[in-house]
Design a binder for this molecule. Structure first.
Ligand SMILES: Nc1ncnc2c1ncn2[C@@H]1O[C@H](COP(=O)(O)OP(=O)(O)OP(=O)(O)O)[C@@H](O)[C@H]1O
Length: 310
């Protein structure tokens, strides 16, 4: 097992940031830690890396207890933190070379690894640029290159796409998948459910310092009652119609949003057909009609009663 966290408790004064957190990450996974802001993701990562003392619990990495001086474990880990941490007085090449040099002393080998890292994040045209000349997205890519140049077995990224442009975001997400294909295990924290759905092979959903559900994208969605979200454009809305729709056996909830009927169905087949049949029986004319599968937000909503998004 790559990471095993058992009953981790971390308090900041009266606030319990991690409340008996349990987590297991297996070799080869892109493991997503998904939770709203403040749910404890960064605290969990900092504890796992022994950067933060905790009150209770155990942490093992590659089946060995993690500790602040466990340098043999630390050299197998690449860390990309939420806040960009590079040297302003070093250019792109020098920054990556510095961080790589913490693990690789052979200069020739390091030169090759740094070149590969620059290539990997697409910063070839910016090798001699200083950080203050880079856009936010390019700076994030530099931050990633600094964390991965020594080719670690385990790569931990804490919200690496916050406030980056779409091009850099795609570059980062594709890059993570390439690192995983090349053999690294990935831990990826985010509050963007679309990203986690896109790249993670297994996902833990976190809220208030606890893991509230773990599984693949499909497994998580199979845990909840809600199936599709059905949206139907309706031009003539009358009061009794909504009650009628809500009482249909396959409907979990329904509301009108302007001219749009938005209904959530239970899992199962023919939900949209059943709804349209009912509307037809009431002589209702419909316009646009579409159905969307459930999202991880629906999973979060059903378990916690609140939205994942801010
Ligand atoms: N140094 C600290 N002192 C006191 N409280 C803290 C400290 N760091 C974090 N917290 C609190 O602990 C809780 C968890 O924060 P944490 O940063 O781990 O969450 P997060 O899920 O990573 O959110 P974000 O994405 O916003 O960083 C929050 O309520 C936060 O306010």
């Amino acid at each position: 097992m790559v990471i095993k966290v058992k009953n981790l408790v971390k308090r900041y004064g009266d606030l319990t940031a991690l409340d008996h957190l349990n987590l297991e990450v297996n070799e080869g996974e892109v493991f997503g830690l998904l939770g709203p802001n403040g749910s404890g993701k960064t605290t969990a990562i900092n504890c796992i890396l022994s950067l933060l003392k905790f009150d209770k619990g155990t942490i093992e990495i590659y089946d060995r207890p993690m500790a602040p001086d466990a340098y043999d474990i630390k050299r197998d880990i690449g860390v990309i933190m939420q806040n960009v941490a590079v040297f302003e007085e070093l250019n792109v090449f020098e920054n990556i070379d510095y961080f790589c040099g913490l693990y690789i002393s052979d200069k020739k080998k390091r030169q090759q690894l740094v070149d590969e890292a620059i290539d990997f994040v697409g910063l070839n045209d910016f090798r001699k640029f200083y950080p203050k000349k880079l856009s936010g997205g390019l700076l994030r890519r530099l931050n990633i290159a600094c964390g991965i140049a020594h080719k670690p077995k385990l790569i931990i990224l804490d919200e690496p796409t916050v406030a980056v442009d779409p091009q850099s975001r795609n570059n980062i997400l594709e890059g993570i998948q390439r690192l995983n294909k090349a053999g690294s295990t990935i831990v990826y924290t985010s509050h963007y459910m679309e990203e986690v759905e896109q790249i993670c092979t297994r996902i833990a959903i976190m809220d208030k310092g606890k893991i509230i559900a773990t599984g693949t994208n499909d497994e998580l969605k199979a845990m909840i009652n809600s199936g599709e979200k059905l949206t139907v454009e309706i031009f003539k809305i009358d009061d009794s119609l909504l009650d009628g729709i809500k009482s249909l056996p396959n409907i979990v909830s329904a509301e009108f949003n302007g001219n749009l009927l938005v209904a959530k169905s239970y899992r199962g087949k023919n939900n949209l057909v059943a709804l349209l049949d009912y509307l037809k029986s009431r002589d209702i004319t419909v316009g646009k009609v579409y159905s969307e599968p459930p999202t991880l937000n629906d999973v979060f909503l059903e378990i916690t009663g609140k939205e994942l998004r801010d």
